[in-house]
Design a protein around this ligand. Structure first.
Ligand code: AMP
Ligand code: TRP
Length: 333
């Protein structure tokens, strides 16, 4: 039986990369009948500077985006990380089996810490250990994420193996990264060599799930492209990262292969392709945006869903934490 777990940080609005690279796949797994845990990882969100006034609403917004994107809170446990105490407790236990050298090699840490490592926070450094705790605490078998999280998943697997070897047990499950579908790395609309991200300066570089139809159309119209028409096969998109990105986005939104999309648009220029992409993106995203807005107007309902989700998550997490502590030899009353 598959047990799925994945999470996102409540750091800002979700974008098309989060939707196509992660959320859309979460919903697919849920609808295939897997047991799913989807978290809003607020403890991760405080590793960068943040506004305490906004954290609660950002947390609710991400939960609303999950639901609007198709997560069914009656099937999947939708929880907030800080509401399940096992996450931080497990993190400490796992921190004692995590090597600093490995943490130093994490590319996300290197990117975020920048040049001045002396001033980087311990939270930022230990971020992947907390992520390993999120996963191992549920004995998750599969973790659907975008490609950028593969290295963190590898570390979680190593920590699980270290624990099992050190204590001569078969306790933690090795989580498999689940990198699904064709849009595992959606690129910026302004620069095909950069991934679409929450933190990129230009809002024109990403499509947010909160954008209205006009904004989506404007961003696609302004997206960087090249002057060549579209080819009839994927191989000929080599060396054309912006064109490849738009075709990938189209294919993923339409649930078609890139080959099929290229058969449809072969020989067409971007002035023909972009309006079709806009129309498709709006038709897929507008219902999500409007459902999200509806939910955000009913915070009490979101809070009820999150309270139930925390209860369900804790019912699985607490016994795993206890078992872990028993193996490690802790006193208990
Ligand atoms: P983050 O925005 O870093 O909190 O990421 C949340 C989830 O979205 C993770 O599973 C990421 O791998 C995924 N993700 C983020 N950016 C992209 C992107 N540009 N393309 C595909 N997946 C992404
Ligand atoms: N680090 C992930 C990201 O930036 C978010 C995350 C935290 C996560 N804990 C997780 C993803 C556990 C999957 C499983 O996107």
């Amino acid at each position: 039986m598959k047990r799925i777990l994945s999470c996102m940080q409540p750091t800002s609005h979700l974008h098309l990369g989060n939707y196509l690279g992660a959320l859309k796949n979460w919903v697919k797994l849920q609808d295939e009948g897997a047991e799913c845990f989807y978290g809003v990882v607020d403890l991760h969100a405080i590793t960068a500077s943040y506004d305490p006034e906004q954290l609660k609403d950002a947390t609710r917004e991400i939960a609303a985006a999950y639901i609007a994107g198709g997560v069914n809170p009656y099937n999947s446990a939708l929880f907030v990380q800080s509401a399940v105490p096992g996450h931080s407790q497990m993190m400490w236990l796992l921190a004692t089996m995590s090597q600093m050298g490995k943490l130093e090699r994490m590319t996300q840490y290197k990117d975020k810490a920048g040049k001045d490592k002396e001033r980087a926070g311990l939270g930022l450094f230990a971020y992947p250990v907390l992520m390993a705790a999120d996963i191992l605490l549920y004995k998750a078998t599969h973790v659907p994420v975008g490609e950028d999280q593969k290295q963190h998943l590898e570390l979680a697997r190593e920590i699980a193996a270290t624990f099992n070897t050190r204590h001569k047990v078969d306790h933690f499950v090795q989580p498999e990264p689940y990198i699904m579908g064709g849009a595992t790395r959606v690129m910026s609309l302004r620069d095909g060599s950069q991934k679409m991200s929450k933190s990129a300066e230009s809002d024109l570089s990403r499509i947010n799930l909160t954008d209205d139809a006009d904004t989506i159309a404007k961003k696609i119209k302004k997206a960087k492209t090249d002057p060549e028409p579209l080819p009839d096969n994927v191989k000929d998109l080599e060396g054309r990262p912006e064109a490849l990105n738009l075709v990938t986005i189209y294919a993923s939104l339409a649930d078609k292969s890139r080959e099929k999309v290229l058969k449809q648009f072969a020989g067409k220029s971007f002035s023909d392709f972009k309006p079709a992409l806009s129309e498709l993106a709006v038709s897929k995203l507008a219902p999500i945006t409007s459902r999200m807005n509806e939910l955000m107007n009913d915070k009490a309902e979101i809070d009820r869903i999150l309270a139930k989700g925390a209860e369900r998550a804790n019912a699985v997490a607490a016994p795993v934490l206890q078992e872990t502590m028993d193996i490690m030899g802790f006193w208990k009353k």
